[in-house]
Design a protein around this ligand. Structure first.
Ligand code: PLP
Length: 391
């Protein structure tokens, strides 16, 4: 029997990656050994000290029950302390922080708290696909904010204001450091975006999942909360996934305006029952020892980044120099679409990259390489890429 899916599910855009999966499966059937630099999931294991904390914590019976919906106070206090140390902003762990089962969970549930069917919301293009689909799932109307190469993949404030005036969005979402472009937004443009949100009484949502994977300690990614008055209009999503190589643990948190945090929590109390307590204990340890745990991971990505950038330069492929994230955003050589280029690389070279069009129309003409495989594999990927562009 076949049942009709809901209108909101039918409204989902076609999933570009399922097309790629089909091409990969076909290539494998033909005996091609695939090498993927397409996936944003770190190959590096979670640091041993965090794993040991988790193992100790899961052995304790008091960690076997439900967690508080908002996350244990210990976790929220650790998040507040980390936040103040990193961004210089004090947060109230009771009213201004909620624990998440990964930041994707929070980003996806947030629209259910504040978006009515038919409300418009602005999201980045190119961007992490969930930013668009979470609006659709809440019955909202997603409107892309173009992030163009000529503007360093940041929204142009004038164009953004015109979009706000035209669409009167319930919220606008920005993600810096960006997946997929790797662009970082400094304090000045960020202050302009916060000012626009205040002027037009729009919620500003931030996603800082990659805040700690940066390559220049003098240009660390900034938080919206550093901008004067941001707490009036902003909510910001943070993740331990990339920072500590904890993607499988599902741990993150949202910070910001108390009514926005409370709204998200009300949705969550009706959907989930809080994050695993043992993961929360391990997360407290991670946040309290952040710098010594993240620095080695950052060094690994920095070495990989150098290898890839050098390889691309030698091939004459243009790229946007990543200041943060573990992604390299590069221009598709020649006149092919990003999907045609990706297909050809898989079919002829067994190399999987991510086509820019998978991140929205503004991603066309680009492809993404993830630095989530060891150096030897990256070198092999560059060889395959070279063979791919030279035919
Ligand atoms: C921009 C961005 N935000 C959020 C997430 C989700 O991270 P988490 O593991 O915390 O759910 C990702 C994951 O790829 C991402 O790229």
């Amino acid at each position: 029997m076949k049942f009709t899916e809901s209108d909101r599910l039918l409204a989902m855009p076609p999933y570009v990656f399922s097309e790629i999966n089909a091409i990969k499966a076909d290539a494998e059937k033909r005996g091609i050994k695939l090498l993927s630099v397409g996936i944003g999931d770190p190959d590096l294991p979670t640091p041993k000290a965090i794993v040991e904390k988790f193992v100790d914590a899961i052995r304790k019976a008091e960690n076997h029950g439900y967690s508080p919906y908002e996350g244990p106070l210990e976790f929220r206090k650790a998040a507040a302390e980390w936040f103040e140390g990193r961004f210089g902003v004090a947060l109230d762990p009771v009213k201004e922080i909620v624990a998440l089962i990964g930041s994707k969970e929070g980003v996806a549930h947030f629209p259910l708290a504040f978006v009515n069917p038919g409300d418009k919301c602005l999201y980045p293009s190119p961007g992490y696909p969930i930013f668009q689909t979470s609006i659709l799932l809440a019955g909202g109307i997603p409107v892309p904010i173009p992030h163009r190469a000529e503007n360093g993949f940041l929204p142009d404030p004038k164009e953004l204001e015109a979009l706000i005036v035209e669409h009167k969005p319930k919220y606008m979402l920005l993600n810096f450091p960006s997946n997929p472009t790797s662009a970082v937004c400094t304090k000045e443009p960020l202050a302009d975006y916060v000012a626009l949100a205040k002027k037009h009484q729009t919620i500003l949502v931030g996603d800082l999942a990659y805040s700690e994977i940066y390559y220049d300690a003098n240009q660390k990614p900034v938080s919206m909360m550093e901008i004067e008055g941001a707490k009036d209009v902003c909510i910001e999503f943070h993740s331990l996934s990339k920072t500590f190589g904890m993607t499988g643990c599902r741990t993150g948190f949202a910070v910001g305006n108390p009514s926005l945090v409370a709204g998200l929590l009300r949705v969550k109390t009706n959907i989930d029952s809080g994050p695993l307590l043992a993961v929360q204990e391990a997360s407290v340890f991670a946040l309290q020892n952040a710098e010594r745990l993240v620095a080695p991971l950052r060094d690994v990505y920095a070495r990989r980044r150098e290898i890839v950038l050098k390889g691309l330069r030698e091939m004459g492929i243009e790229y946007f120099e990543p200041k943060a994230t573990f992604f390299v955003w590069a221009k598709v050589p020649g006149n092919r679409s990003s999907m045609a280029f990706t297909k050809e690389l898989i079919e002829k070279q067994g190399l999987v990259v991510t086509p820019g069009s998978g991140f929205g129309p503004e991603g066309e003409g680009f492809f993404r390489i993830a630095l989530t495989v060891p150096e030897e594999k990256l070198k092999e990927a560059l060889e395959r890429l070279k063979r791919g562009i030279h035919g």
